[in-house]
Design a protein around this ligand. Structure first.
Ligand code: ATR
Length: 284
């Protein structure tokens, strides 16, 4: 990195932040595109979020990426928000404009949409099983709807949350959302063209999902948004059964591209080189 006094500075704000791949990801693009700038990791506890962000704006930052647990607070803090942030009630990108306005966007939906677009044939009219009913599932529903999925079985450990989320997005989403419990897996798995795990199960230190993948069709595709580890137990089992799998790195890289453009003024590319760079870090 070579940074001058005129460099553009952005941040990534979360609690904790140690495991964030954003500095590495943006760092790769900064080097590749020879941009005079930096993206710094900032560990900020919940109670300090708003005042820290306002101070960063004052200090001349171009913006911040926002991660757990601040995405709802970021949405509340923004002066203007895009449709994706409105629908999600959460923002993962805050852009500090020269006139003082803070713009909140949600690029998580874009990340999943672009990763699916890159790795799969059209989802138009297809059947999807979406696992989970948290913030990530909400973004998932919007991405799947943007790709014109026909039916989405939204299965969650706590089925009440799936029903609530389905109700909340009913009018905003064209796809037919069918909420249910993980126990409904046996009834829906055989119809699925795509499985998307948006739960945190299978993440390092978390137990994996207990689903019988033998019930899936041979042409079903399995996507996990978890990227640590890159090969989750779900993806490993799916691969062993000969199914096509999509890991969480694609989504991560694609959600970062609009942020980079907003912070540094250049549109970066998602390339195999970037993937290799991130894979190396994840394996280290
Ligand atoms: P995020 O915003 O990342 O989606 P979240 O709102 O905490 O995070 O949601 C986590 C999701 O993972 C939830 O759907 C949760 O299920 P519950 O609503 O029943 O809590 C799901 N989840 C977490 N651990 C799980 C596990 N071991 N098995 C199944 N689902 C799990």
């Amino acid at each position: 990195m070579s940074l001058t006094g005129a460099g553009k500075i952005a941040g990534v704000v979360g609690w904790p932040i140690r495991h964030s791949l954003s500095p590495l990801l943006h760092g790769y693009w900064l080097d590749e595109l020879k941009v005079d700038g930096a993206l710094v990791p900032l560990a900020i506890p919940r109670e300090d979020f708003a005042r820290t962000v306002l101070a960063l704006r004052r200090a001349g930052f171009t913006g911040v990426n926002v991660t757990v647990p601040h995405k709802e607070a970021a949405f509340a803090l923004a002066d203007v928000t895009d449709a994706a942030a409105e629908m999600a009630g959460a923002a993962n990108l805050l852009i500090f404009h020269a006139d003082g306005r803070i713009e909140g966007r949600n690029t998580d939906t874009v990340g999943l949409r672009e990763s699916l677009r890159e790795n799969m044939e059209s989802l138009k009219g297809k059947t999807v099983v979406l696992l989970g009913a948290g913030g990530a599932a909400r973004g998932g529903l919007l991405a799947l709807d943007a790709l014109n999925a026909g039916r989405i079985h939204l299965l969650n450990r706590s089925p009440g949350k799936a029903a609530q989320l389905a109700m909340a997005l009913k009018t905003a989403v064209k796809s037919d959302i069918q909420p249910g419990a993980l126990e409904d897996w046996a009834n829906v798995a055989g119809h699925a063209d795509l499985i998307v795990n948006s739960t945190s199960a299978g993440m390092k230190g978390q137990p994996p999902l207990d689903l019988d993948l033998a019930l899936l069709r041979k042409d079903a595709v399995v996507l996990d948004i978890v990227y640590n580890p890159l090969e989750t137990p779900l993806l490993k089992t799916a691969k062993a059964r000969g199914l096509k799998t999509i890991d969480g790195l694609g989504m991560l890289m694609h959600q970062a591209a609009p942020s980079f453009e907003a912070f540094f003024g250049v549109r970066p590319k998602v390339t195999p080189g970037l993937r290799a760079h991130l894979e190396k870090a994840l394996h280290a």
